[in-house]
Design a protein around this ligand. Structure first.
Ligand SMILES: [Fe+2]
Length: 201
């Protein structure tokens, strides 16, 4: 991809996004089993500041008294990761999607951006120092690590790579066609050849 092609891709992407009436992520919310343990994980280890703590005494779903706390941890663009914990362990358990077990990444995960592969690996080391194991995946169009938070939420930290714009431009040109084809076929063989060697079959 030449510089000129890259500039065209970036300009096209900006104009596509400008006409989208739904903006950036406001927050992603998740139930946790221990809010202080959660705060330590997201604020002290990952560096996301706690910017809001709301305490509620009425459960708006059941319309019954039910004391819970709702916290917001801020990302670089102002969007947030939000969490809930109820005083009643029963309420927390019954409303948790995962019963606080580690989630399979295909079932649910949240991916957050960082700048550069070195930063991804820096976080991997920092997590390891705190006893949190993570695994790396080279997706071709981005490079990621995956790990679980203390309540089992699968978190991904990912960075764009030099090939990202070109790969996304090409994928964008065939996105609907590829989807339609996959829906029709039992075993569509279009492996992502951009993936790292560990993923080639
Ligand atoms: Fe992902």
């Amino acid at each position: 991809m030449t510089i000129q092609q890259q500039n065209t891709y970036i300009a096209d992407a900006k104009s596509r996004r400008a006409s989208n009436r739904i903006g950036c992520l406001h927050h992603h919310a998740f139930m946790v089993k221990d809010m202080e343990e959660t705060r330590h994980f997201y604020e002290d280890i990952l560096g996301l500041p706690l910017i809001g703590t709301w305490v509620e005494r009425l459960n708006p779903v059941t319309n019954q008294p039910d004391n819970y706390v709702h916290t917001f941890f801020e990302l670089a663009d102002g969007s947030c990761l939000a969490f809930f914990q109820f005083k009643s362990e029963q309420s927390s358990m019954s409303q948790s999607v995962n019963q606080f077990e580690n989630i399979n990444p295909f079932a649910h995960h949240i991916a957050l951006t960082v700048e550069g592969k070195d930063t991804v690996l820096e976080f991997k080391r920092k997590l390891q120092e705190h006893g949190v194991e993570s695994f790396e995946t080279d997706h071709g169009y981005c490079y990621s690590i995956y790990f679980h938070d203390p309540s089992g939420l699968q978190v991904e930290l990912t960075t764009s790579v030099p090939e990202t714009d070109e790969l996304m431009r090409d994928a964008g040109q065939t996105a609907h066609e590829t989807l339609a084809l996959w829906m029709q076929e039992d075993d569509l063989a279009t492996n992502n050849t951009a993936r790292g060697a560990g993923w080639q079959q």
